[in-house]
Design a protein around this ligand. Structure first.
Ligand code: ATP
Ligand code: MG
Length: 236
């Protein structure tokens, strides 16, 4: 699977809507310093919701909206990035198999029949294409809302991450190698390097899930304790 096209609308230095086709093989983007090459990677991280952990270069999300768009004084300034992937027939088959297996597994565990995904009638995508879009809307006051969509249908970040996971793209992974990443891997200590190997081997994912489950358990225990106190007071 590869990124076929990146489309940016009012994103950072891209003032209008620009489509960047990445032809099969090897695509190089060249240009002088500060011309917006790294902004393309920021756009990729932004759209796929990978930004949190992989250091996108922006203090706050609203900084991602093209400045002229904000200066124009509309009530709402908006930026949008769409990433189009192309999958090989083999990958499509693997995905379908994984989805079927997962649906079966879910059924076995919950006894409820999973609702089939809604057919996407408006989409003009080819069956071997897969598209992720993120929009960010910033008001004059500086508050903002962000939304994601897969193949034109809105979804949550969790749903997007699930789908990306199936395609072996991970928020903490190294699918996107940023400027300076190689240098930092060479100069880091062995423990940090080990963390990267755990990440690549897929072990770190389970560590994270264990921690998430522990946090949840702690929260439930706290709630239980609180309820017990209230119960005791009512009984007294
Ligand atoms: P280098 O070769 O030095 O790595 P680069 O081509 O990777 O440079 P980027 O870092 O991608 O360059 O682009 C930086 C440019 O983007 C700067 O000129 C900056 O002014 C511009 N820029 C960043 N955010 C915005 C924004 N919100 N609106 C307009 N321009 C922006
Ligand atoms: Mg750069």
């Amino acid at each position: 699977m590869y990124v076929k096209q990146l489309e940016l609308s009012h994103f950072k230095s891209f003032g209008s809507t620009t489509a960047i086709p990445l032809l099969s093989g090897f695509t190089v983007v060249s240009g002088p310093n500060g011309s917006g090459k790294s902004n393309l990677l920021d756009a990729l991280l932004f759209a796929l919701g990978l930004a949190g952990s992989r250091g996108m270069r922006a203090e706050r999300l609203p900084d991602l909206v093209n400045h002229s768009q904000i200066k124009r004084g509309h009530a709402i300034a908006e930026t949008r990035v769409t990433v189009t992937f192309e999958l090989s027939p083999q990958e499509l088959e693997e995905l379908a198999a994984a989805e079927a297996a997962e649906a079966e597994e879910a059924e076995r565990h919950t006894d409820t029949t999973a609702t089939p995904p809604k057919p996407d009638t408006e989409s003009t995508l080819a069956p071997n294409e897969w598209q992720v879009t993120r929009k960010l809307r910033v008001t004059k006051q500086g508050t903002y809302t962000s939304s994601y969509a897969i193949n034109g249908e809105s979804c949550t970040l969790t749903q997007l991450h699930e789908q990306l996971n199936r395609r072996r793209i991970y928020p903490e992974g190294y699918n996107v190698v940023l400027q300076g990443d190689v240098t930092s891997i060479i100069s880091m200590n062995s423990r940090q390097r080990r963390e990267i190997i755990d990440e690549l081997a897929g072990v770190a994912k389970f560590d994270r899930r264990i921690n998430q489950a522990k946090d949840k358990l702690d929260a439930v225990k706290e709630q239980e304790e609180r309820s017990r106190i209230v119960e005791q007071e009512l009984n007294d």
